[in-house]
Design a protein around this ligand. Structure first.
Ligand SMILES: C[S@@+](CC[C@H](N)C(=O)[O-])C[C@H]1O[C@@H](n2cnc3c(N)ncnc32)[C@H](O)[C@@H]1O
Length: 228
């Protein structure tokens, strides 16, 4: 039994290390992973999770989370560890494979799947199927590839389906790392992605450092009506 457990564990660690080696980068720490992480993360996540959790005012356990662009699953798993059920989605199959590997270290209900954020995906979502949506540092990629008008229409559909969103938004004033070109596609006002939505409340919950440069990124809580 012990030998079997050790073999499984070794194979798991080897798979994790191989996956970490494969990708473009290691954006997040591996949540609850009990072994040394072979490659350091580009940025921490606990700072953002703590601020988001504080803004939820205790409405955490039993809530349903949709985490789009979930990377290595840290933010999803942090909240699953605190009693949410979580669905993490990422375009990168390597990220999804890593999320599935490391989710064994966090009790609770976390599901990870591969997917590309699109208007069709959002429109297919049943209204009320999630309590919170996270879109952290991923919408600038979508603005770059699909344009602002597309993202605005998508945010209209998304805010009609999920009552509270948390968005971390890259800013036009940032200088992207070599090989990236998203900044010049971004609007002057980062909240312009919600310009065609009506009846939303915005609460700035903090500004957070990134690996990209000295500019900190805001996280907003976006909710319908006055339900902050
Ligand atoms: C800069 S990382 C941010 C990761 C995480 N949300 C965070 O802030 O810690 C962007 C993530 O979004 C994913 N991504 C980029 N474009 C996407 C898209 N169109 N649909 C789904 N995921 C996407 C990337 O693979 C990557 O994991």
């Amino acid at each position: 039994m012990t030998d079997q457990a050790t073999d499984d564990d070794l194979a798991h660690r080897q798979r994790v290390d191989a996956l970490l080696r494969q990708g473009k980068n290691v954006y997040q720490p591996l949540y609850n992973y009990p072994y040394p992480q072979a490659f350091a993360a580009l940025r921490p996540c606990a700072d953002r999770c703590r601020a988001v959790e504080a803004s939820m005012g205790g409405a955490v356990a039993g809530r349903r989370l949709w985490d789009m662009g979930c990377s290595l699953g840290y933010n999803t798993l942090w909240f699953v560890d605190r009693g949410m059920t979580g669905t993490g989605i990422d375009i990168d199959p390597r990220n999804v494979a890593l999320c599935r590997e490391i989710s064994r270290w966090t009790p609770g209900e976390a599901r990870f799947k591969q997917g590309e954020l699109s208007r069709e995906m959002v429109e297919a979502m049943k209204p009320g199927s999630h309590d919170y949506g996270f879109l952290f540092s991923m919408l600038h990629h979508v603005i770059e590839t699909r344009g602002l008008a597309y993202v605005q229409a998508m945010m209209q559909a998304l805010t009609a389906r999920i009552p509270v969103l948390y968005v971390e938004l890259a800013l036009r004033s940032e200088v992207p790392p070599p090989g990236y070109d998203w900044a010049r596609h971004l609007p002057e006002d980062e909240l312009a992605i919600f310009a065609t939505c009506e009846g939303l409340s915005f609460q700035l919950i903090g500004r957070f450092p990134t690996h990209v440069g000295p500019v900190t990124r805001p996280i907003y809580r976006v909710s319908r009506g006055r339900e902050n």
